[in-house]
Write a protein that binds this ligand. Structure first.
Ligand SMILES: [Zn+2]
Length: 231
């Protein structure tokens, strides 16, 4: 069976609930609770904004395992606050193969996420959930959650009743865009992190993102305009 032929049911059967981190609820509840604190499941399908982490929210440092090295990229606070105000779920989807390679412990990963969370909280912004792929690219059998595979997006869509065709993914790598293409999300390439390299290589890609932005704020501003037209 080829990967792109896998149906959502496959991911659901194979998805563990151990790779989602939900943080305490903020000002809103979407509907009845699924996971305890954090984003909650909606009665109707809803849109969400998926964000890559490293190179999109925080500065790219290779394997980020030191919480003190967490540095937000410019405009990230404003961008997340805008999504928060608009009540659009913000879901981080991140490849963390350093876990599977044994180069980073789960405790180090947790500490980095906690630092990211606190940094965002300090500027009045938050995200709703963080899904990660802990697998190395060469793991056997191949995992379905390492972007460009869309497993994390499908898992979030099931968990939170998301309409992926009215959702967005913003990232700095081709693998972010490809994960979005695989499930019909709208896609935005942000030219931070590896984004400049990805941008230069777009000419070799058969498919182009729906938008290219210089910063996360610019990306989110485009999303807010685009979503108003979709609705
Ligand atoms: Zn994986």
């Amino acid at each position: 069976m080829q990967k792109q032929e896998l149906k959502p049911e496959y991911f659901l059967e194979h998805a563990g609930a151990d790779n989602v981190l939900c943080f305490p609820p903020q000002a809103r509840h979407i509907s009845s609770n699924v996971f305890g604190p954090g984003i909650t499941r909606s009665a109707g399908l809803r849109s969400a904004v998926f964000l890559d982490r490293d190179g999109t929210i925080n500065e790219e440092h290779g394997y980020l395992r030191d919480p003190e090295a967490v540095t937000l990229l410019p405009t990230v606070c404003e961008a997340l606050r805008l999504l928060n105000v608009l009540n659009l779920p913000v879901i981080i989807v991140t490849n963390q193969s350093a876990l599977g390679r044994g180069l980073m412990s789960k405790a180090e990963f947790d500490a980095v996420n906690a630092a990211l969370w606190q940094t965002l909280q300090a500027c009045g912004a938050y995200y709703d959930a963080l899904y990660y792929c802990p697998h190395a690219p060469d793991c056997e059998p191949p995992c379905m959650c390492r972007k460009p595979q869309p497993g994390l997006l499908l898992q979030a869509a099931e968990d939170f009743n998301l309409d992926l065709s009215h959702s967005y993914i913003i990232g700095d790598k081709q693998s972010d865009l490809d994960a979005g293409y695989a499930v019909g999300c709208r896609t935005v390439l942000v030219r931070t992190g590896f984004g400049e390299e990805t941008y230069k290589a777009l000419a070799q890609q058969h498919r182009q993102p729906d938008h290219v932005a210089a910063t996360l704020l610019e990306a989110v501003q485009w999303v807010t305009r685009d979503i108003s037209m979709l609705r």
